[in-house]
Design a protein around this ligand. Structure first.
Ligand code: MSP
Length: 635
């Protein structure tokens, strides 16, 4: 076992350790799986660029009933089935240029042994006991739920029937860690991110007693699992086996010269936040191991607002997108389109707009224009000329903003991309303002200086887009004549050690793709009906201050708020998937005051709050940009 004291002593040598969930081997990987893995890849690549030693782990979760059943259907042994299925993930990660350092499978002999060691250790410490138990079990999700979790008596995750199962099982005494966990989350503001997810976990921990965690299944019900070392009539429950992967991998898959524990980031989707933030955290507390630095739960991708599912036939296959538009377009789109913590809606049209506008027009054109000018005015040669002007000062400022590790550590990936695109647009504007084609005639000695500045800005753009689009980085690096230089920390600043370079013509980086009419036609054309001012005057809008807010039980979407609009009104708003009650309290919002009251899930709503919704389903509640009294009218 790792000794916590040793960990702390070796802390100065700590490597950067990032993980993805281990995916169910039975699933066919889709855009959701790709999302988490590419995000981890982006951070791993950035940290390597910064000179950190990195251990980036992904893998597959291979035990459990579903694999057992699927293998049976195909007449295979579960391991044989897993051996075939695991390639779906391995191949996709290759295709997406994922730079994982290791790939763990829960059927690895070493992993199984370590899971058993840990269970034995916790059992010997009295942290695991045997008990009778009646649980609500959802077979497709392989999870027990408490009565309170169920929505209309059904599984809150998949909406299917659950069955009550009574049997003797082993329990990890998780409940005793409830207060220490609350304390840990409160004392470590970055432990669970984004903030809304942290508030969710805290809300849950502070309002309900935490139960103990059932960690076993009788062998006759779940044969395809790891046997408990002290009672081989039982196997471990999937989550106990799966979560331990983050620890066991270090024992047999990581370089031994570095201390990796604790993990810097466990990157997960919002669906598995409880298992990580609560089960895994308390397991580590019982093992007396330091907790991870951060658990980041991202949002979900939907298609036309609906959950992706095989039965709806709307699952987005990353292979197909990559085949059509290229891997970097796919990687870029995922992180530019939606803020990483929020849900996003995937559409080919949105992807094509990003491709044409951001990649072809902004970035592709910049590189192309530069290469053409360089060829024409300086015979492809760039000479370093270090001099400051407004342009270089602005770019240096932006470099500092982008190369701010906390932006990366908090996964503000679309903000980072926005800032990189600010450099791109400043550089495009610089060219437009300097007009090198005119300078070449009127003041030719200035041309090499302008082109050098553009070259240097593109060099930094390429380095910052490297984590997101590694192939595009390589192409630009070649075009800039930098193939003999490695992309490392020494290059991540405006002024570098460099001699003359020869630029190289390359193929257009991102050819534009016409948006097929089929995709355009899918969009309903809506003609706005015009209204007269007398119609508008019927609407009474008022400024209101949110006094209280709470979720409506059984609904993920609805939040009940009490709002002061001169008098107290109760409003039910469908914003609960993107706002937490805590972040609404105290805000001044816009309320439709003279709306007829209506009941939503049995709760009366006396008005409506105004919010914008964009084509991705992202919601933004209207607020006011300066202080006004509550109850003020809006015209
Ligand atoms: N095996 C468990 C995880 C164990 S980790 C110790 C599991 N596997 S899974 O195959 O279902 O993958 C879950 C992960 O896939 C989610 O956490 C999320 O990262 C990703 N996604 C699956 N569908 C998704 C979307 N539609 N959108 C975004 N990501 C989602 O749970």
């Amino acid at each position: 076992m790792i000794n916590s004291q040793q960990i702390l002593e070796k802390d100065s040598l700590k490597g950067f350790y990032i993980t993805t969930p281990i995916y169910y081997v039975n699933d066919i990987p889709h855009i959701g799986h790709a999302y988490t893995t590419v995000a981890a890849d982006i951070l791993a690549r950035y940290k390597r660029l910064k000179g950190r030693k990195v251990f980036f782990l992904t893998g597959t979760d291979e035990h459990g009933q579903k694999v057992e059943q699927a293998a049976k259907k195909h007449g295979r042994h579960p391991k044989e089935h897993a051996d075939l299925m695991v390639n779906n993930f391995k191949n996709l990660w290759k295709r997406l240029n994922i730079s994982n350092d290791a790939f763990i499978r829960t059927t690895d002999e070493e992993h199984k042994r370590i899971v058993q060691e840990i269970i034995q250790l916790l059992y010997d410490k009295g942290e695991i006991v045997k008990r009778k138990y009646c649980g609500m079990y959802c077979t497709p999700c392989e999870r027990f739920w408490t009565e309170k979790d169920l929505i209309d008596g059904k599984c809150p995750d998949c909406g299917r029937e659950v069955e009550c199962i009574e049997e003797e099982n082993y329990f990890f005494l998780m409940s005793k860690y409830q207060n220490s966990l609350i304390e840990h989350i409160e004392n470590n503001p970055l432990y669970i991110l984004p903030e809304t997810r942290k508030n969710e976990v805290l809300g849950f921990l502070k309002t309900r007693p935490l139960g103990d965690l059932c960690i076993s299944r009788p062998k006759h019900r779940l044969e395809w699992g790891i046997p408990l070392p002290f009672d081989t009539n039982y196997t471990t429950y999937v989550w106990f086996d799966a979560l331990v992967n983050y620890y066991s991998a270090l024992k047999y898959l990581s370089p031994k010269d570095t201390n990796w524990w604790p993990p810097d980031h466990h990157l997960i989707g919002k669906d598995i936040l409880t298992t990580h933030a609560v089960y895994w955290s308390t397991m580590l507390m019982a093992l007396e191991l330091p907790l991870p630095q951060n658990i980041f739960a991202h949002g979900w991708w939907t298609v036309k607002g609906a959950k992706m599912s095989k039965s709806f036939g709307n699952v987005v296959n990353p292979e197909e997108v990559v085949q059509k538009y290229g891997v970097d377009v796919f990687r870029y789109f995922l992180f530019r389109e939606v803020s990483f913590g929020l849900d996003g809606d995937f559409s080919e049209e949105a992807l094509l707009r990003r491709l044409n506008n951001d990649l072809a027009n902004d970035l592709g054109n910049l590189v192309n224009r530069f290469l053409v000018m360089c060829d024409k005015y300086t015979a492809g040669i760039i000479k370093p000329i270090w001099r400051d002007d407004n342009f270089t000062l602005k770019i240096k400022e932006l470099i500092d903003e982008i190369d701010n590790e906390s932006l990366w550590d908090e996964f503000k990936l679309n903000l980072i991309l926005e800032k990189i695109w600010e450099i791109i647009s400043h550089t495009n504007n610089y060219i437009a303002k300097k007009e090198p084609w005119k300078l070449a005639k009127e003041n030719p000695v200035e041309v090499p200086y302008v082109l050098f500045n553009v070259w240097n800005a593109i060099r930094l753009i390429s380095l910052f887009i490297y984590p997101f689009m590694p192939e595009t980085f390589s192409k630009i690096w070649t075009a800039l004549g930098l193939n003999s230089k490695s992309a490392d920390l020494s290059m991540l600043k405006w002024q570098i050690e460099i001699e003359d370079v020869n630029t190289e013509k390359i193929e257009q980086l991102f050819p534009r793709v016409e948006i097929p009419t089929k995709i355009k036609e899918n969009k309903e054309e809506k003609v706005d009906e015009l209204i007269g001012i007398e119609d508008f005057m019927k609407i009474k809008l008022k400024v209101g201050k949110v006094i209280e807010a709470e979720r409506i039980k059984g609904s993920k979407k609805l939040i009940k708020i009490k709002v002061d609009v001169g008098e107290l009104r109760q409003i039910v708003a469908g914003i609960g998937e993107q706002y937490s009650p805590e972040e609404l309290v105290g805000r001044k919002i816009v309320v439709l005051y003279n709306l007829k009251p209506a009941k939503l899930m049995g709760v009366e709503s006396q008005g409506m709050l105004l919010a914008a919704t964009d084509e991705n389903g992202k919601i933004s509640v209207l607020t006011l940009d300066r202080e006004v009294n509550t109850g003020a009218g809006i015209k």
